[in-house]
Design a protein around this ligand. Structure first.
Ligand code: THU
Length: 148
């Protein structure tokens, strides 16, 4: 069993976290308000920070044809890429779950991995506390662009 490294910050997101990350989590919480999720009623928001400090947000967008639904993280990344930004520093994810940090699905992990292994994912709770892991930690032994 491989060990997973994670840094948990149960400090309500403001004491030890860099200000830009506190802001990123709050932007993810704000993006969550736009979630279109009439089928799951599970709201998710994401806020993506590029290397040059541009911010892109996304929410989950579901569909009556269930399998066409898109996750918040992927929407944020697609927005950034479609505007010419592909180098990312961090992404924050927010949901309404108070008892666990919202964890990105496998598809979103692979989508993140496309744009590098060494950037940060902040999985948060509504009180602003978060769990930080890199993309590589979330998706070890991954298949990526260099494998083709
Ligand atoms: N969802 C996200 O948007 N991101 C996650 O990290 C987990 C799941 C969405 C997909 C679907 O609209 C709803 O949450 C329930 O799975």
């Amino acid at each position: 069993m491989s060990q997973v490294k994670a840094k948990e910050t149960e400090d309500h997101g403001s004491k030890n976290l860099p200000q830009e990350i506190v802001k990123l989590i709050s932007q993810a919480q704000e993006a969550k308000k736009q979630a279109y999720c009439p089928y799951s009623n599970f709201r998710v928001g994401a806020a993506l920070l590029t290397q040059d400090n541009r911010l892109f947000t996304g929410c989950n967008v579901e569909n009556a044809c269930y399998n066409l639904g898109v996750c918040a993280e992927r929407n944020a990344m697609a927005k950034a890429v479609s505007e010419g930004y592909k180098e990312f520093k961090a992404i924050a994810i927010a949901s309404d779950q108070t008892d666990r940090f919202i964890s990105p699905c496998g598809g979103c992990r692979q989508f993140m991995r496309e744009f590098g292994l060494n950037w940060d994912v902040y999985m948060s709770k509504p009180n602003g506390s978060c769990l930080k892991m890199t993309v590589e930690e979330l998706l070890p032994l991954s298949f990526g662009p260099d494998d083709l």
